[in-house]
Design a protein. Structure first.
Length: 276
């Protein structure tokens, strides 16, 4: 339990989602250390003003302590060894493990509350919800194509539950159980109309043509219709306001007839021109 008058001034962020939320709350000036991945989503940060530390998957106690924080905030994914390193520091620690959009809103509210920015937090949550509602309304009554969404390719792992919720909001039907491992043959049998990839840590570098041929998916509807996409990793796998970008990318992939193509969405090229 945090003291009522506690207000952190020196924060270490161990995941981009935390850094994005601090940015949205106008609190980057309190950030004394973050991960190198945070620089990708918040390029306004500089190494001169913010130390670079390992994330919540590979955290190191020495790096955290060197920043002299009064609060460490982390989120998924974790590794038990990294959690041990964080706890060794003896610094106040706030850890999140969101699974749903509701969890994401709750995490934003908690960060806003502990940093004294509760009003801004509520505004941010309302903004995200309004964006989702607007897309939902636009696709209301449209056909709902089956969408296969993966966050990792070896093995094949489906995207998280908050992505499944965004797919539904964008007018699609999410294939399978979010966050679970699947087999390429089962995906082929389901014959999805849209394939979306967003590999953790891969940015926009998923080799779409290569994975289609390696998995034998050439006859899947999505491939036949050229509806295989890569969405920037940070737009779908960072549980923060960046999910708004992911939502619009999903909407453009699932209903291209209603939504314009957006930055961060890349479409497969013709397999006929690939060296396979």
């Amino acid at each position: 339990m945090m003291p009522e008058n506690y207000l952190p001034r020196r924060i270490v962020s161990l995941q981009p989602s935390i850094t994005v939320t601090l940015r949205d709350l106008g609190l980057l000036d309190r950030l004394v250390a973050c991960t190198r991945y945070c620089l990708d989503v918040c390029p306004e940060l500089s190494r001169e003003k913010c130390a670079i530390v390992e994330d919540s998957w590979t955290a190191k106690a020495g790096e955290i302590l060197a920043a002299k924080p009064d609060l460490v905030i982390a989120s998924v994914p974790y590794q038990i060894e990294a959690l041990t390193e964080i706890m060794k520091c003896g610094i106040r620690f706030l850890g999140f493990a969101p699974k749903t959009l509701s969890d994401v809103y709750g995490d934003i509210a908690a960060i806003a509350r502990i940093t004294g920015a509760e009003a801004r937090g509520l505004e941010l949550i309302s903004h995200i919800q309004a964006e989702i509602s607007a897309v939902k309304q636009k696709v209301s009554g449209s056909e709902r194509p089956l969408a296969y969404c993966e966050e990792w390719g070896k093995p094949l792992i489906l995207s998280q539950r908050w992505v499944a919720e965004l797919v539904e909001a964008a007018g699609g039907r999410f294939y399978g159980e979010p966050g679970t491992q699947v087999h390429a043959d089962d995906v082929q049998a389901a014959d999805p109309e849209v394939i979306i990839t967003a590999w953790c840590g891969a940015g926009n570098r998923v080799p779409l043509e290569k994975i289609v041929t390696q998995r034998g998916w050439e006859q899947v509807k999505a491939v036949q219709r050229g509806r295989v996409y890569c969405i920037n990793d940070e737009f779908l796998n960072t549980p923060a306001s960046s999910l708004i970008h992911g939502l619009h990318a999903l909407a453009a992939a699932i209903h291209p007839e209603q939504f314009a193509q957006v930055q961060g969405l890349r479409k497969i090229q013709s397999l006929a021109h690939q060296d396979i």
